[in-house]
Design a protein around this ligand. Structure first.
Ligand SMILES: Cc1ncc(COP(=O)(O)O)c(C=O)c1O
Length: 392
């Protein structure tokens, strides 16, 4: 029998989602109120409540809820008022949404190789870099470059993580972006947020996300003299309600991950061919990140864990230098926009053509932790992982 069946629990990839009718007070409130559009009400909407709670918790002056983190990234980028073809330095190891957000704003992604923690290596950045996206992947707090005017922290995978000085990730630079996609720390199926301390950036983002207008809640948009074109990224009340409900559980979730991480670290086998990649105190401990001596061993571990029903994943999918959109400069525009504004030659910063990073990714394996399990079951689960890893 697989571990899942023995425990009667799913081995959740990333966070638990706490969905239960008995816990859906905010959703009930929205339905009782009979308003699903956030700007239909002059009292505080559920979306505004979410933004107030998130900005308060993270210590940001402003938060804006949108449909997903990709929109949040687009808002952050476009609010910097760039010119077509401006470079944006992004991690070579991240989800393709970051490159997509850059390209769809008419900007050019420049891939920056990873450091030992698999985060963007800030030492590779040119001193005049104006726009940089750093991604805190898998709950891991990345080191940030200094002196970058538009530093965007992509926290899609790291809601709740903190820097060593206690600040929340997403609040150290120009803007921070978050995802509530189903495979994230908290989820509403899809969902996103952008936070910033910059009043002007927030007001620009708020206008752009609502057709370019500075709408007064409860009223039709007004097209002021400073209006510009925009899109519609306005979230819905029922989604915000689920996000508020999820957000209530953030501390409990983080504590559950910490607890299982501590348990798992004591249970891991002591093998000379297996290294556990270190995590900082402020990381959200969404997974154990294991690095094997060879790709063959890593693949054998994947097969063995999978056969036991233990969720796991590898990180090769995040290697953007091998993504067809980047290698082929793909675009839907007839003239190849915005690639037709890119300089000739490689758009990459790496000391070795990404060889070391590729090798590291080939040998890395992640095993998610299960915050919702009571401690005795976390111990059981960690022991099961240990048995499988020992036998590889
Ligand atoms: C690092 C990173 N950035 C951005 C995104 C995009 O988030 P969303 O799916 O909410 O648009 C993701 C989603 O997986 C991600 O992992």
């Amino acid at each position: 029998m697989t571990l899942d069946k023995r425990l009667g629990q799913r081995f959740l990839p990333y966070g638990a989602n706490y969905l239960a009718w008995s816990d859906m007070a905010e959703l009930k409130e929205v339905i009782d109120h009979q308003v699903l559009f956030r700007y239909q009400t002059e009292t505080e909407s559920m979306a505004s409540r979410l933004e107030r709670q998130v900005s308060g918790r993270l210590g940001a002056a402003h938060a804006l809820a949108v449909h997903n983190c990709t929109e949040a990234l687009r808002l952050a980028l476009i609010s910097t008022r760039p010119s077509i073809g401006d470079p944006v330095y992004i991690p070579a190891v991240t989800f393709v949404a970051v490159a997509g957000a850059v390209l769809s704003c008419g900007l050019i992604p420049v891939l920056v190789d990873a450091d030992d923690s698999l985060s963007l290596d800030r030492t590779l950045l040119p001193s005049d870099a104006r726009r940089v996206v750093v991604a805190h992947m898998e709950g891991a707090v990345a080191a940030l470059p200094e002196g970058v005017p538009y530093l965007i922290e992509d926290c899609a995978q790291s809601l709740g993580a903190r820097f060593a000085d206690g600040r929340s990730v997403g609040t150290a630079g120009y803007a921070g972006t978050f995802s509530f996609h189903h495979n994230k720390v908290l989820t509403s199926g899809e969902g996103g947020l952008v936070v910033t301390d910059d009043d002007e950036a927030w007001s620009t983002m708020r206008r752009y996300h609502d057709h370019g207008s500075a709408r007064v809640p409860g009223h039709y948009p007004t097209w002021n003299q400073d209006a510009h074109y925009g899109e519609n990224f306005v979230t819905s009340e029922q989604v915000a309600a689920v996000q508020c409900q999820q957000f209530r559980h953030l501390d409990e979730l983080l504590a559950g991950l910490e607890r299982m991480y501590t348990v798992a670290m004591t249970e891991l086998p002591n093998r000379p061919d297996l290294e556990v990649r270190p995590r900082t105190k402020g990381d959200v401990k969404v997974s154990l990140r294991l690095c094997w001596e060879s790709r063959e061993l890593r693949d054998a571990a994947v097969a063995a864990l999978t056969a036991e029903g233990i969720a796991n994943w590898t990180l090769g999918k995040y290697l953007l230098p091998e993504h067809p959109v980047l290698t082929g400069r793909r675009s839907l525009y007839a003239d190849g926009f915005p690639w037709n504004h890119a300089p000739e030659g490689p758009l990459a910063l790496s000391r070795d053509g990404f060889a070391r990073t590729r090798d590291l990714l080939d040998r890395t394996l992640c095993v998610p932790l299960s915050p919702e399990l009571p401690e005795p079951e976390q111990v059981l689960a960690a022991k099961a992982v240990r048995r499988v890893l020992e036998a590889v």
